[in-house]
Design a protein around this ligand. Structure first.
Ligand SMILES: Cc1ncc(COP(=O)(O)O)c(C=O)c1O
Length: 392
């Protein structure tokens, strides 16, 4: 079939969305041979067998129909139970919506809460979707810089300074993509207090909650600002289930009601047998055992890469305590932008890293290195980077 050439009408809002700037880099890498990618943003592990088996069984048992929009009640209960057991936070299952990953949870929060005339504060650097979600919601965007001297935590004093009458929402994401930073209890509480005092919602995106190192702890924001927090979470990273598209949001009753309303006309419900597998993921010890192995493997790789980077000239790593990323500074004396540096590394070392500017202006001078890659590949990549950068 061939389409006729004719004028194509499109909604202006689509023009607002920016496709990822790193596409060109990946395109270029795709055409090259023997490239090692440290650009990956997803686990390289397979989903634990026990979860896969649960999905297969659910299919055979007839979970092939629509479910309630907000999700299967038993699954919502299992999520609430998890927060109770793991974090000692009381969550009403009715405050939970099952979503197609944290992406959908985030999108629903932006679309239900913001409109033209509202402002949202988004960290810089930050994971790419928040800014695009804000544009679709036609909200004003203010970026709060994350600084190395603050270990890339939001500075509560700076936050208060930014708040105006128009501020409706603050986005947080700890453990953080791209910096690997974690949040401490004191900062989490201070931010919660500001949100309560100024009546601002916090969208807290927490999909890396289980990837913590060197004794770091996670602080779910619903613990400190339950009436103001929309918590987005996901099975993607925790149980290596990126392709399953399974996540959820926890939010105050009036917000969750609106999110469900919107979700009902987009997704309807998350795939029924996948929700059933989600119950197993949360309740079966074997999936937690698998997570433990994954976390230990990441911890080992993290050490390996941090040690390897020490020997490599012209890059200096921030020591992250979370996620599976390393945020590293490029020697300013090289006088290369992040994008130039990433391109240079691809050309001269055959290694893909993500230029920091993909995550915001503050990312200039930085790169993101992912260690969600096999150990042998990481060793080889470090070796190549060292040899190439020594020539500069
Ligand atoms: C911070 C952050 N939030 C959300 C997502 C999207 O996750 P999901 O697969 O749950 O939609 C990602 C994926 O990389 C992420 O890094």
């Amino acid at each position: 079939m061939r389409y006729k050439k004719r004028k194509y009408f499109m909604a202006g809002r689509i023009n607002l969305i920016q496709r990822s700037k790193i596409r060109e880099l990946f395109e270029k890498a795709r055409k090259m041979e023997n490239v090692i990618s440290l650009g990956i943003g997803e686990p390289d592990f397979d989903t634990p067998e026990v979860i896969k088996d649960a999905a297969k069984r659910a299919l055979d048992e007839g979970y092939t129909h629509y479910t309630p929009n907000a999700g299967i009640p038993e699954f919502r209960e299992a999520i609430a139970e998890y927060y109770r057991d793991f974090y000692k936070v009381d969550v009403d299952p009715n405050s939970i919506i099952v979503t197609a990953g944290a992406y959908e949870a985030t999108y629903l929060a932006f679309e239900s809460l913001l409109e033209q005339g509202d402002d949202v504060i988004i960290p810089d650097p930050a994971f790419v979707c928040y800014v695009e979600d804000a544009k679709i919601a036609e909200a004003g965007i203010l970026r709060i810089p994350l600084r190395e001297e603050n270990e890339f935590r939001i500075d509560p004093d700076e936050l208060v300074e930014m708040v105006t009458k128009r501020t409706r929402m603050l986005v947080m994401n700890y453990p953080n993509n791209p910096t690997g930073a974690t949040i401490d209890k004191r900062t989490a509480k201070a931010i919660a207090d500001i949100a309560e005092d100024y009546n601002i919602y916090i969208l807290s995106d927490e999909p890396y909650e289980h990837f913590l190192y060197e004794g770091a702890k996670h602080h779910p924001m619903i613990k400190y600002a339950p009436d103001n927090t929309i918590l987005a979470n996901s099975f993607s990273k925790t149980f290596a289930m990126t392709g399953w598209r399974l996540g959820f949001a926890i939010a105050p009753p009036q917000v969750i009601k609106d999110m469900i309303k919107l979700h009902a006309y987009i997704v309807g419900n998350v795939t029924s047998f996948i929700q059933i597998a989600g119950i197993t993921a949360l309740r079966d010890k074997r999936s937690w055992d698998a997570l433990k192995v994954m976390r230990e493997t990441y911890a080992e790789r993290r050490k390996l890469v941090l040690k390897g980077l020490k020997a490599i000239p012209h890059i200096e790593a921030f020591r992250p305590k979370g996620a599976f990323y390393i945020w590293a500074k490029i020697n300013p004396e090289l006088d290369m932008s992040s994008e130039d540096f990433a391109n240079w590394l691809l050309d001269n070392a055959g290694v893909v890293v993500i230029p920091g500017t993909a995550f915001g202006k503050q990312g200039e001078g930085w790169i993101r290195i992912s260690y969600a890659t096999k150990k042998e590949q990481l060793i080889e990549a470090m070796d190549r980077m060292e040899k190439a950068l020594e020539t500069l």
